[in-house]
Write a protein that binds this ligand. Structure first.
Ligand SMILES: NC(=O)c1ccc[n+]([C@@H]2O[C@H](COP(=O)([O-])OP(=O)(O)OC[C@H]3O[C@@H](n4cnc5c(N)ncnc54)[C@H](O)[C@@H]3O)[C@@H](O)[C@H]2O)c1
Length: 365
């Protein structure tokens, strides 16, 4: 199969859909891979690396879309890419269709086969192509939180781990899923005192069984949250209710109970945020202050660490790319139930219920 890897043109997106190692795996199976010039540059991969792995470098995005039977990328196509996508071309990427009717209509019109990373689903309901980005964001939330706790950027001026003779900072983490667990691991490693809350006892049991003693699990309730925010230095929001907006666990009135310079990192911002005062920010301007509380709520945190994020993403996408290339999309989806769940729009027809429902459109089976 001819596979195309274009450069990401969405603002501030530095990841790339395939690493040289992925190219190597495909070319050794006799597939042809066409990579746009400099596509991997911001993730630390040079054109020479791709060429050594067997890729052909093409100068323009048009040339990549033109030759490829399957496009492998990272973010949803944006307007300039709509006209490049061809009938019967497979496009394997994050789409998030339910949040854009314009994109949905454009992909219906293209008659392409759109397979969305975010809806590939394992039998137990987990989303294997989303987990790595939550792992990145969870770990990064502590790195960012630690930075914004510094005094020159209006934080409380406290070192997460303390020093001998001086107590560490207290980190409150809401949600013990992928984001929360990874955040707790990082904060604990830095020596902070960590309280992690969830309403899922299974998640809390796992935390309690596997984390060091400076991590304390506690059931999530308004009462318990109000108790801990009074002396928390860093608060991480990592809750998710699948398919719904995040619950507002920290309301505006609670800010006055916090100490000036407390930092709140709302990783759940992409689902509306779990703090009432959350509004999406960017890597250019990541924070704002309300009632002397520093808010960080960047909607695409992994975009700031493209090297790690590209590797983490492509580690999990590559096995599916290989299946699609070897078997063709129809047989690959027939033979692989998780991948079949990724089918969103096929040759002009919506085949994923939630997308049809989001825009009151017709669904095909
Ligand atoms: N900002 C970013 O760049 C970025 C990156 C990756 C993920 N995310 C977002 O982070 C959020 C968390 O993702 P995840 O992969 O950890 O989800 P997850 O499903 O693994 O974990 C969510 C946890 O929240 C818990 N929860 C639900 N209601 C709760 C409540 N009232 N109190 C406490 N816990 C509660 C759930 O029981 C679950 O354990 C999602 O909204 C995801 O989209 C954002």
């Amino acid at each position: 199969m001819k596979i195309g890897v274009p450069i990401e043109i969405k603002n501030n997106e530095n990841r790339v859909g395939m690493t040289p190692s992925g190219v190597f795996e495909l070319t050794k199976r006799d597939h042809e891979v066409y990579v746009q010039k400099n596509a991997g540059f911001n993730s630390g991969f040079l054109d020479e690396d791709y060429i050594k792995a067997g890729a052909t470098i093409l100068d323009t995005i048009e040339a990549v879309y033109d030759i490829a039977e399957m496009i492998v990328k990272v973010k949803e196509p944006i307007e300039p890419e709509y006209k490049l996508i061809k009938k019967d071309q497979v496009v394997f990427t994050y789409f998030h269709f339910a949040s854009s009717e314009v994109l949905t209509n454009a992909m219906i019109d293209s008659k392409a086969i759109c397979i969305a990373y975010e809806t590939v689903e394992d039998a137990d309901g987990t989303l294997p192509l989303l987990i790595p980005m939550s792992e990145v964001a969870g770990r990064m939330s502590i790195q960012q939180g630690a930075k914004y706790l510094e005094k020159p950027i209006k934080g409380r001026g406290i070192l997460l781990g303390g020093v001998p003779g001086v107590p560490p900072a207290k980190v409150l983490i809401l949600g013990a899923g992928v984001v929360g667990y990874q955040a707790a691991k990082m904060a604990a490693g830095l020596g902070a005192l960590v309280i992690i809350m969830d309403i899922n006892m299974k998640a809390l049991r796992y935390v309690s069984d596997s984390m060091p003693n400076n991590v304390i699990s506690e059931f999530s309730s308004e009462y318990n949250i109000r108790k801990h925010i009074k002396d928390a230095d860093l608060i991480i929001g990592g809750v998710l209710i699948k398919g719904a907006k995040a619950p507002k666990l920290i309301t505006r009135d609670m800010l006055k109970d916090m100490r000036p310079g407390t930092v709140m990192v709302d990783v759940a911002v992409d689902q509306g945020g779990c703090f009432e005062t959350t509004k999406p920010t960017t890597h250019q301007d990541p924070t704002y202050i309300i009632d002397e509380v520093v808010h960080y709520s960047v909607a695409n945190m992994p975009g700031a660490v493209p090297y790690t994020s590209t590797m983490a993403l492509t580690n999990v996408t590559l096995p599916y790319v290989i299946k699609l290339a070897n078997e063709g999309w129809e047989r690959a989806c027939e033979n692989n139930a998780p991948l079949a769940k990724g089918l969103n729009i096929v040759k002009g027809k919506i085949v994923y219920k939630e997308i049809a429902e989001a825009f009151d459109m017709e669904m095909s089976f």
